[in-house]
Design a protein around this ligand. Structure first.
Ligand SMILES: *[C@@H]1O[C@H](CO)[C@@H](O)[C@H](O)[C@H]1NC(C)=O
Ligand SMILES: *[C@@H]1O[C@H](CO)[C@@H](O)[C@H](O)[C@H]1NC(C)=O
Ligand SMILES: *[C@@H]1O[C@H](CO)[C@@H](O)[C@H](O)[C@H]1NC(C)=O
Length: 420
């Protein structure tokens, strides 16, 4: 098996505010404590430094922030829907928060922009995504990192966060890498088809170094850290789960067991259910029997079992992306990831009664409505997965707004959006 599960970028092209005709109601910002003027650019920030206790579930006290860029995008998209009922439903989408994607060093300035109006009761979700090699190397491709990851990406992010001690941040560290490189972990260890691979080794090693650096440098009092753990499809395999458990543990310990490390983020930009039993029903089941994790709950339990077997100290509280997982059983194959046809917005971010003490929260990480990649041969972000039977075609370039897909996500949302 040698596949690359490409990774869905979020909203990089959408960041600039768009005009809108249908304004959302103001955010609930009751009882905000105001700081003394002149101390911070953000008049809504807390009046004292925020100190998050990563031994507790911070989502009990904080709401994932819906940024102005996100709300503007949703307002504009809703305004373009002729059907009155659907338009009203679409307007509800912007009331829920999403993470903000910092994809590379050119996007670090986004943080200053979005922290400006962050209320004290809200937490700013940031996706730390600066590793450019997200998959093992194929012949002819080199290690790609066009800038110094530590000095030019992580350090400046840490600096901005330090400059806003009175604001709370939740970070997801490097989604899209573990799922790709650890999928081939057996190859790296030389047990995959009895052959040692030279293609994964440098990528895995750089991933370890960089993620460790990020976890160390971003271990700040006003931050909670979640390490991306991909999803059950990619890493919940019977014959590799133990390697995955060791990799995550080694990274955590190697980073000095950071005090602000809370656990794992799963299902980022993916379509899995939290606890459907037995889980996703693939139309093509060839590979499925080897996967012991057809729902994210099963995946994290399975991973914990593996961690417990060697008394791993890795904290495994977790958050799960539910931005596009309302409808199950749409994918023909477990590898499929691109603009899946028939998807819907899933459970809204916010504390849910899951009765699972290890699940901190459902969150929206992927911006529902942003294309995962292009289905058109010759396009810059063409990917064969975006042209498969279960993907919506034609699809625009990765990162671009995909209006019809957004409308599908709204129509198929579970729970249904009920305009108030
Ligand atoms: C953090 O929370 C844990 C668990 O509730 C508690 O035992 C610990 O004292 C708290 N730490 C601080 C610094 O408040
Ligand atoms: C939430 O805030 C309350 C009041 O400030 C505090 O006592 C409590 O420890 C906080 N809980 C968490 C999980 O952060
Ligand atoms: C692959 O590499 C590992 C680690 O260097 C080594 O122990 C193993 O014997 C190698 N396997 C093969 C088939 O060469």
């Amino acid at each position: 098996m040698k596949i690359t599960v490409a990774f869905a970028l979020a909203a990089d092209l959408l960041f600039s505010a768009t005009t809108h005709a249908f304004a959302l109601p103001p955010l609930s910002t009751t009882k905000l404590r105001k700081r003394a003027p002149g101390l911070s650019a953000n008049a809504n920030a807390c009046d004292a430094p925020v100190s998050l206790n990563a031994s507790t579930n911070i989502w009990k006290n904080y709401t994932l922030h819906p940024t102005l860029a996100w709300r503007n995008q949703i307002n504009a998209a809703a305004a373009a829907i002729p059907d009155v009922e659907l338009r009203k439903q679409a307007l509800e989408v912007g009331k829920s928060g999403t993470f903000v994607w910092i994809e590379g060093k050119s996007q670090i300035s986004k943080i200053e922009d979005v922290v400006k109006d962050l209320p004290c009761k809200n937490v700013l979700g940031l996706v730390i995504s600066g590793i450019e090699n997200k998959a093992c190397l194929s012949a002819g491709t080199g290690l790609k990192q066009t800038y110094d990851y530590a000095a030019e990406y992580i350090d400046p992010i840490a600096k901005v966060i330090k400059a806003h001690p009175n604001s709370a941040f939740a970070l997801i560290v490097e989604p899209g890498v573990a799922g790709n490189v650890l999928l081939d972990v057996k190859e790296y260890y030389g047990v995959w088809e009895n052959e040692n691979s030279t293609s994964c080794k440098p990528v895995i090693e750089l991933w370890r170094q960089r993620v460790q650096y990020a976890l160390k440098a971003l271990n700040l009092p006003n931050v909670v850290l979640y390490l991306d753990a991909a999803n059950g499809d990619q890493l919940g395999w019977r014959d590799t789960i133990s390697y995955v458990a060791h990799e995550f543990t080694n990274i955590y310990v190697g980073a000095g067991s950071p005090s602000q490390f809370r656990g794992l983020a799963t299902n980022v930009a993916a379509y899995h259910s939290w606890d459907a039993s037995p889980g996703e029903n693939f139309l093509n089941v060839d590979a499925a029997p080897a996967i012991d994790a057809l729902s994210e709950k099963r995946y994290v339990y399975y991973l914990r079992k593996s961690l417990n077997a060697f008394k791993s100290p890795l904290p495994t509280y977790h958050i799960m992306d539910t931005s596009r997982n309302a409808v199950l059983g749409l994918r023909r194959d477990w590898r499929d990831w691109c603009n899946i046809n028939g998807a819907g917005f899933g459970v809204r971010p916010g504390l849910q009664a899951t009765s699972d003490p290890m699940l901190d929260n459902f969150v929206w990480v992927k911006w529902g409505g942003v294309s995962d990649g292009s289905s058109e041969v010759g396009a810059a972000t063409y990917d064969s997965y975006c042209a498969k039977d279960d993907a919506v075609k034609p699809s625009p370039e990765r990162g671009q707004w995909f209006q019809s897909y957004f409308e599908t996500l709204v129509s198929n949302a579970k729970p249904v959006f009920r305009p108030s």
